[in-house]
Design a protein around this ligand. Structure first.
Ligand SMILES: [Cu+2]
Length: 274
């Protein structure tokens, strides 16, 4: 019976390993490869930590299995003692404190560059640091996007902190050029939300009272999900928008179309006489 329990408790970690092993083949994994260069580096960090924790997990589970197995054997020998008592090992304790502390310190230092590039404005790509492409305002339950418009010659205007008459607006539809970094200013009108681009590995809380710069780069043109990752009320589930990354020219064209649509006064002139 004791062996049954030994095998029972050894079965679960083995099952966990098996599930991890087959998960990618069944798509129980990331939503595809990272669609941004920084996202790729974030994935690399994730895999590094996954490898470290897997090695530790297998090691500790194997040690646990060994102790269970030998412990079960011991009480079968008919000895008086029902268990083997230990008061611990000072040396072992020192080792398993210092080794994880070292590993944690290594991870903390190793990920600093990626973190800085992701979050600290002075480490953002220089070309976008002071040039937000749009302002994204979360509210219950949608994303409102404000673009600085274009001037009469079609040149893009800079984004002003306050709304301008030339601004262009969309809801739940963020368009950006692909293949280069872009920065948005993130705000919220009401409660806390979270700007989440899973394919690009971008997630940033929108905090009342703050304007938070967020940058990203879509490697390829395409349509990506833009979700809210902070439970923000009853309609949180429907705070789903899209990010459209497109070539510089088609993005410019889209802006022009948006401008024309927004400036359309509803009057259609016809050439017919009388
Ligand atoms: Cu939300």
């Amino acid at each position: 019976m004791k062996r049954f329990w030994v095998l029972f408790f050894m079965f679960w970690p083995l099952l966990a390993l098996y599930v991890c092993w087959v998960a990618p083949a069944y798509d129980w994994w990331f939503p595809g490869a990272a669609a941004s260069p920084l996202g790729q580096r974030i994935d690399d960090l994730f895999y590094l930590i996954l490898i470290i924790t897997t090695v530790v997990f297998i090691g500790t589970q194997a040690a646990l299995g060994y102790v269970l197995w030998t412990g079960a054997q011991r009480s079968d020998e008919g000895s008086e003692e029902r268990a083997w008592f230990s008061h611990g090992s000072h040396n072992l304790e020192v080792i398993w404190t210092i080794v994880p502390a070292g590993v944690l310190l290594f991870i903390a230092l190793y990920q600093m560059d990626v973190w800085a590039e992701y979050r600290i404005k002075t480490s953002f790509p220089e070309e976008v640091r002071n040039d937000p492409i749009a302002e994204v305002t979360a509210r219950q339950f949608e994303w409102r996007i404000r673009y600085p418009g274009v001037d009469a010659e079609g040149n893009p205007l800079p984004l002003m902190p306050d709304p301008q008459p030339t601004d262009l607006y969309t809801v739940n539809d963020l368009h950006v050029p692909s293949g280069r970094p872009v920065m948005i200013n993130l705000r919220t009108d009401d409660v806390q939300h979270s700007f989440f681009l899973p394919e690009l590995r971008v997630k940033q809380d929108a905090v009342p009272g703050l304007v938070i710069p967020v940058w990203f780069e879509a490697t390829k043109s395409g349509e990506y999900a833009l979700l809210c990752a902070e439970l923000c009320g009853w309609g949180h589930y429907k705070m789903k928008a899209r990010l459209v990354a497109e070539s510089e020219t088609s993005w410019q064209t889209w802006l022009q179309e948006l401008k024309a649509e927004q400036e359309f006064d509803g009057v259609v002139e016809t050439s017919e006489e009388e």
